[in-house]
Design a binder for this molecule. Structure first.
Ligand code: PEP
Length: 249
């Protein structure tokens, strides 16, 4: 049995005061008893604050991105070692906003995944198709291409050391959720790619769904055989909504 995992991606939101309130609320709800594993990914500048607030809790935290480089003249970038020093357990890799807004290629995403693994971080690898790719029937080809770029670099054991998040780009921040059956179809396809390499690893890897998950659609999504939790954007910014999703797990 795979444990349900709920990760909040705060994106470029928050402030010292707002983070404190959000974390206080989430901590109170999680300590009252939740079956799912829970993590939050704040903007990097707030990692010390979040690490401090969550130090005595069961909630993990992670970065939203990392550099593929170890150190040096890379202005604005953050290394895996730095995230580790902030006691991150996770790091999101290849989020669609970075692929589309920052031009991250499959190759670069794979290099970032390698850097995360090498440092001992657990990468959350985001893959998913654009609306036009779904409409042209290319969903599986896109998802397979994005996954294989990483698989080719780190092997099935490397994928087994991370988490996958299937995030159809057309469902992110749009209020449009993939139906539970649509999502399950792609999750099963992803797991089959992994099973073709190693059935044991495929059985263990958590595959999260992301894209407008809310408390009222979470249970049905998480009840599907191959959906092992969610990567949550907008709803992770409100303690009540985020906890509502965590409780659905
Ligand atoms: C995300 O950013 O990964 C995401 C799923 O966002 P939202 O939940 O807001 O669609």
């Amino acid at each position: 049995m795979r444990q349900i995992f709920i990760a909040g991606n705060w994106k470029m939101n928050g402030s010292l005061e707002a983070n404190q309130q959000l974390i206080d609320g989430v901590k109170a709800g999680v300590s009252a008893g939740i079956n799912a594993e829970v993590a939050v990914c704040p903007p990097a500048v707030y990692l010390p604050q979040v690490a401090d607030l969550l130090a005595d809790s069961d909630i993990s935290w992670g970065g939203q991105d990392l550099s593929e480089q170890a150190s040096g003249a890379f202005t604005g970038q953050i290394s895996a070692a730095m995230l580790l020093e902030m006691k991150c357990k996770y790091v999101i890799v290849g989020h669609s906003e970075r692929r589309t807004l920052n031009g991250e290629s499959d190759q670069l995403v794979a290099e970032k995944y390698v850097a995360a693994l090498a440092a001992g971080l657990k990468p959350i690898l985001c893959i998913g198709e654009l609306l036009e790719e779904r409409e042209s029937g290319d969903t599986e080809a896109v998802v397979a291409r994005q996954l294989n770029a990483v698989l080719d670099k780190v092997g099935i054991e490397g994928i087994g050391a991370g988490v996958i998040a299937y995030e159809p780009v057309w469902a992110i921040g749009t209020g449009k959720t993939a139906s539970p059956d649509q999502a399950q179809g792609v999750h099963a396809f992803i797991r089959q790619i992994l099973a073709n390499k190693d059935a044991n690893v495929a059985e263990k890897v958590q595959i999260l769904y992301g894209g407008s998950v809310k408390p009222d659609n979470a249970s049905e999504l998480f009840s599907k055989a191959d959906i092992d939790g969610g990567l949550i954007g907008g709803a992770a910014l409100d303690a009540e909504s985020f906890l509502g999703i965590c409780k659905a797990g």
